[in-house]
Design a protein around this ligand. Structure first.
Ligand SMILES: [Zn+2]
Length: 130
């Protein structure tokens, strides 16, 4: 290693032992060293969000994917809405064995089910991109 000021060979300290000029290479190394650890940023796995939306959704519990990505209000709204539609369908199914009410509600319930998986996945990606 050579001094950038006088050109003489130096040992690699912070200053040149011949002319006293600051050692540019050594100082550069010091500055590039990270001064603090990067701030901790929690991440949400989009796959986990989708899975939490999908699996319990089969058993009438939707919105868990949203709760996972910290969209608590939306998750609870989906959960209540899904349970509400599900309980009407169940009641109708038990009363009529699958009448027009069941048939009418099965499509919106499937649509909500698929949408909340998609939306939970999207919300996890957006969460990580903050
Ligand atoms: Zn020097």
């Amino acid at each position: 290693m050579f001094c950038t000021n006088c050109g003489k060979e130096i040992s690699g300290g912070q200053y040149c032992e011949h002319c006293g000029a600051p050692n540019a290479i050594s100082n550069e190394k010091m500055q590039s060293r990270p001064t603090a650890a990067p701030a901790y940023k929690p991440m949400k796995n989009p796959g986990v969000a989708a899975l939490l939306a999908a699996l319990p959704g089969f058993f009438g519990i939707a919105g868990l994917g949203h709760i996972y990505v910290e969209q608590l209000g939306k998750g609870i709204a989906i959960l209540i809405g899904y349970l509400f539609i599900g309980s009407i369908m169940m009641a109708d199914f038990l009363a009529t064995g699958g009448g027009p009410v069941t048939l009418l509600l099965i499509f919106p319930s499937i649509a909500i089910f698929i949408w909340q998986i998609y939306d939970a996945h999207k919300a996890a990606v957006a969460f990580n991109g903050r």
